[in-house]
Design a protein around this ligand. Structure first.
Ligand code: SF4
Ligand code: SF4
Length: 82
């Protein structure tokens, strides 16, 4: 399951450089997560790094993009394949 940034985001920019998949970018008004790139940090870290650093706790699970751990690991392999 991807994570999603809610409109409580204060555009502090601390999450973007922490994402190992470059899934976070500045959107029109707030930062956004590309669900095609977010693996919940599976393959890289034990916990979602963006959520660890967000000062306003505005990065819940994106229930519109539900994936199993195996699917997330497969996505990790696809993203890191060169
Ligand atoms: S959970 Fe990990 S992969 Fe997903 S957006 Fe946050 S830092 Fe990036
Ligand atoms: S860390 Fe949280 S508040 Fe800061 S830009 Fe990322 S989502 Fe927005």
């Amino acid at each position: 399951m991807s994570l999603i940034i809610t409109d409580e985001c204060i555009n502090c920019d601390v999450c973007e450089p922490e994402c190992p998949n470059n899934a976070i970018s500045q959107g029109e008004e707030i930062y956004v997560i590309d669900p095609g790139k977010c693996t919940e940090c599976v393959g890289h870290f034990d916990t979602p790094q963006c959520r660890e650093v967000c000062p306003v706790d505005c990065i819940p699970n994106d229930t519109a993009n539900v994936e199993t751990k195996d699917q997330l690991m497969e996505k990790y392999f696809q993203l890191t394949a060169k």
